[in-house]
Design a protein around this ligand. Structure first.
Ligand code: PMP
Length: 299
């Protein structure tokens, strides 16, 4: 098999040659932004939405991306085409670029644009059938008026601490609370609860990324006549919920059956969660931008 090709500033470079400088402020300071995108059978799910969020993150941190959103979309599609990956996880990174050691980003003359596509490694189906056990961790979510979690920045230390604390507790994912004790999100997923037939997710102003999967699930609720609202909730609300689930590009929709040793509902994935898991999977096959030029036998 030929080596994986990485998009690096307009060129395709073999993986072992795809390197950036240690003077890149993305490396020195986490100064940059990224997206995690997925393609299903040669269709990139919600590509416009991901690119829009990328450019909004860039605007918020005053980062100039040296190409248009349209060109960026084409670059993503081209990366999948040259690698011949119909089912892929795509990581799109825009770092501030090479500068000097000082913090001032004005020393960085040009952003680095990197697109990595990898063959998808699926989560074990068992996690979906049984549901996840998760915990809450001591680390609180970044305060939005310091570093807004709506910006998908390369500064993911907040999330990494959560991941470490989750691993120490022996679970795959964990919930973060904000500084006031409201539930925000997981280290890499949005959170929802279901109570008395109503679906609720925290408003992003509490400190959460506006997940593309989250938005799609809210749309699916509307389509299926399931009441869904954005409303703050506490850990107590999570513990006494009928159902809890997480959403994200990698995990899609996944049930949570235990939080901090409190069994959620009857301890199995609930009916609403299962319906949304199923409907979301259908949507991923319907709402995509087609990768041009992929051989039919790959799709
Ligand atoms: N929250 C955080 C902190 C994330 O990093 C992600 C993406 N991995 C999500 C939520 C889910 O967002 P999306 O559905 O767009 O993948």
């Amino acid at each position: 098999m030929s080596e994986q090709l990485i998009y690096l500033n307009g060129e395709f470079v073999e993986k072992h040659k795809a390197v950036v400088s240690v003077y890149d402020h993305g490396f020195l300071y986490g100064d940059g932004i990224f997206e995690g995108i997925r393609s299903y059978a040669g269709n990139v799910f919600c590509l416009h939405e991901h690119i829009k969020r990328l450019y909004e993150s860039a605007k918020s941190i005053l980062l100039t991306i040296p190409m248009s959103p349209d060109e960026m979309e084409q670059a993503v599609l081209e990366t999948l085409r040259v690698n011949r990956y119909p089912d892929a996880y795509i990581r799109l990174i825009v770092s501030r670029g090479v500068g000097d050691l000082g913090l001032d980003p004005r020393s960085c003359k040009q952003a680095n644009v990197i697109i990595i596509a990898e063959q998808l490694k699926l989560f074990p189906q068992e996690n979906y059938d049984r549901g996840l056990r998760i915990v809450t961790v001591p680390t609180r979510r970044n305060v939005p008026d310091a570093l807004n979690p709506k910006i998908k920045s390369l500064n993911y230390l907040n999330n990494i601490l959560v991941k470490i604390e989750a691993a120490q507790a022996g679970v795959l994912e964990a919930l973060m609370l904000n500084h006031e004790g409201y539930v925000c999100e997981g280290s890499g997923d949005n959170v929802f609860l279901v109570k008395n037939g109503k679906v609720t997710t925290p408003p992003t102003y509490l400190g959460a990324l506006e997940g593309i999967t989250r938005n799609a699930v809210m749309e699916l609720c509307e389509l299926h006549g399931i009441p869904c609202e954005e409303k703050p909730f506490t850990l107590h609300d999570v513990y006494v919920a009928d159902e809890v689930f997480l959403t994200g590009t990698a995990a899609e929709v996944i049930a949570v059956v235990d939080v901090d040793s409190r069994t959620i509902g009857d301890g199995t994935p609930g009916a609403t969660t299962l319906l949304l898991t199923e409907e979301f999977r259908k949507l991923t096959r319907e709402r995509g931008v087609k990768v041009p030029g992929l051989a039919p036998e790959l799709i």
